[in-house]
Design a protein around this ligand. Structure first.
Ligand code: ATP
Length: 236
């Protein structure tokens, strides 16, 4: 098991947002956490990355307890997060943004090789390598944010709603690449999404979060055809 959440409870002040969350991610898996607006999906990711620490419960990463660690320490263990809304550095060039992702690494040649891999995933980033990140469209910024996170060579990539605000054709492309990254490098991926249909199509397993509680879990295949999931999250 790469990641394990055991009875995680998370609060903002007095307000509890996550209730006894139990969840596992195996090495090499894509798992998705789906649910409506405000269900607590982003908060789950932020508890894993230490930005909004769990108040109780345990989070094990690679067998180590991380629930009390500072976010920088968690990053250094191999967890990279692509937050909702992307947050690239708009004034830095695309190449500089990618370099920032590799700032903890010293293996220069491998960094160069990874950079070429990122450019092969999204050739548009190569064409614009010397332009400021802020010049890119929303979809291209999402691509850059994912590539920047990957430049750290994470063991676990946390993706928060990569489809947010993007045209369907761009979303499709991004999801295809997420699947490819998982295949090419065996990168484990934790994908938070409101777009249940697309997320379940690329994931191995899924969890449904409702009001801060896991309401349903199973193989992505089964969740995709589950009556309740279809009604509540796919509008069918
Ligand atoms: P969304 O798709 O809107 O991001 P989500 O499932 O990711 O939804 P969260 O963002 O985790 O949900 O929010 C869960 C709950 O916590 C919501 O009720 C939200 O209003 C509340 N919340 C989020 N951030 C804060 C904060 N900084 N302070 C107080 N409450 C917050």
């Amino acid at each position: 098991m790469l990641l394990e959440l055991l009875a995680v409870n998370t609060f903002y002040g007095n307000i509890q947002v996550l209730y006894d969350l139990n969840l596992t991610v195996k090495r090499g898996e894509i798992i998705t956490l789906i649910g409506s607006n405000g269900a607590g999906k982003s908060t789950s990711l932020m508890s894993i990355s230490g930005i909004v620490p769990a108040r109780s419960g345990k989070i094990l990463f690679d067998g180590k307890e991380i629930q009390n660690m500072a976010p920088e320490k968690i990053v250094s263990l191999g967890i990279s997060q692509v937050p909702e809304g992307r947050h690239i550095f708009p004034d830095l060039t695309i190449q500089e943004n990618l370099n920032m992702g590799a700032f903890l690494r010293k293996d220069k040649q491998a960094i160069q090789k990874d950079m070429e891999y990122m450019y092969s995933l999204f050739p548009i980033l190569k064409e614009r390598a010397d332009l400021p990140g802020g010049n890119l469209s929303g979809g291209e910024q999402q691509m850059l944010a994912i590539c920047r996170a990957l430049m750290a060579r994470p063991k676990l990539l946390l993706l928060d709603e990569p489809s947010m605000g993007l045209a369907p054709i761009i979303v499709k492309k991004i999801f295809e690449i997420v699947k490819k990254i998982n295949k090419d490098h065996n990168t484990t991926i934790f994908l938070v999404e409101q777009n249940a249909n697309l997320a379940l199509k690329i994931a191995h397993r899924g969890y449904v979060l409702e009001n801060g509680r896991i309401a349903l879990q199973g193989s992505a295949k089964n969740l995709l055809v589950d009556e309740n999931v279809r009604k509540a999250y796919m509008g069918v």
